[in-house]
Design a binder for this molecule. Structure first.
Ligand code: G3P
Length: 278
């Protein structure tokens, strides 16, 4: 596991003021910056499918991001939406279908007929694929979180991570901070990022939020990266991962600001932009 305090000028090794657990990368190019394929290479492939994750690896992304929900029979499955309507040929809520039922839906045709063979992957399937190849950011969707620590989506996901020897190569995140607390209670060393939630805790600065929820990193939309938050991230040497950036000019701006990583639907474009700094 990589332990670092990595907010500084672009790619510089800043002085460590606080320790943050971050995942180790399988294909680290040594620049201290992480190219994250948001829901896979989702500009070119249907989001959150094996096709999108495979393409991210081919494009040499350093991490894939995916979203996790539970099926009716309690299996962590990869889907951003709580309902099936937009990204499959099914309808209704994911939680109202068993894994066997979910597997029958076509999760690719909404994007392009060429991908009609794509199914909703389980978290286990993606981790089996990613193990030894690429780090994974597992976003626990808010609606799947309960008060239950034992047997909840956090523990089930953690068990799969352990099963696939990926403990040192995952970053958990959630807009639901109970999920982060549950994960740290289950496994204090597991890296967790707090997804900044507009409207909640608006007055707290990143370092205050991280302290309160024992998080290792601060993730937010580029729209939420105000001067005040950026200054706080710099002052407290907090790793930050910013979503979702597909424009080259914005990528450069964020890299120059010293963010630790960027979520993009176009990892090939971000890789090219990052290479300009080497
Ligand atoms: O995790 C980064 C980003 O994916 C968070 O937003 O809406 O895609 O879950 P959302």
């Amino acid at each position: 596991m990589l332990v670092c305090g990595a907010f500084g000028n672009s790619f510089s090794q800043s002085t460590m003021t606080q320790e943050h657990n971050l995942p180790s990368l399988f294909n680290d190019d040594g620049d201290g910056f992480i190219v994250i394929a948001h829901r896979g290479a989702s500009a070119y492939y249907p989001e959150n499918t094996m096709a999108a994750f495979r393409a991210a690896v081919e494009m040499d992304a350093e991490m894939i991001e995916l979203d996790v929900l539970l099926s009716k029979d309690g299996v962590p499955v990869v889907s951003h939406d709580a309902t099936l309507n937009a990204h499959t040929n099914g309808s209704g809520r994911v939680i109202n279908h068993t894994l066997e039922e979910l597997k029958k839906f076509d999760a690719g045709s909404w994007f392009d007929q060429r991908f009609s063979d794509q199914q909703i992957p389980t978290l286990g399937e993606v981790l089996a694929f990613a193990s030894g190849k690429i780090a994974v950011n597992i976003e626990i969707k808010t609606g799947a979180v309960t008060d239950q620590i034992k047997g909840g989506i956090e523990e089930k996901s953690l068990e799969l991570v352990r099963e696939h020897n990926m403990e040192d190569h995952v970053l958990f995140s959630s807009f639901n901070y109970n999920a982060l607390q549950h994960l740290k209670e289950l496994e204090p060393e597991i890296p967790v990022a707090l997804l900044y939630n507009r409207g909640w805790y608006n007055r707290l600065l990143p370092h205050q939020l991280l302290k309160q929820f024992k998080a290792d990193a601060f993730n937010c939309s580029y729209r939420q990266l105000t001067k005040r938050r950026l200054a706080d991230l710099r002052t407290h040497d907090i790793p930050s991962f910013i979503y979702t950036v597909n424009r080259e000019s914005k990528m450069r701006k964020l890299i120059n600001a010293g963010v630790k990583g960027i979520f993009t639907n176009k990892p090939d474009v971000l890789k090219r932009v990052v290479s300009e700094y080497h």
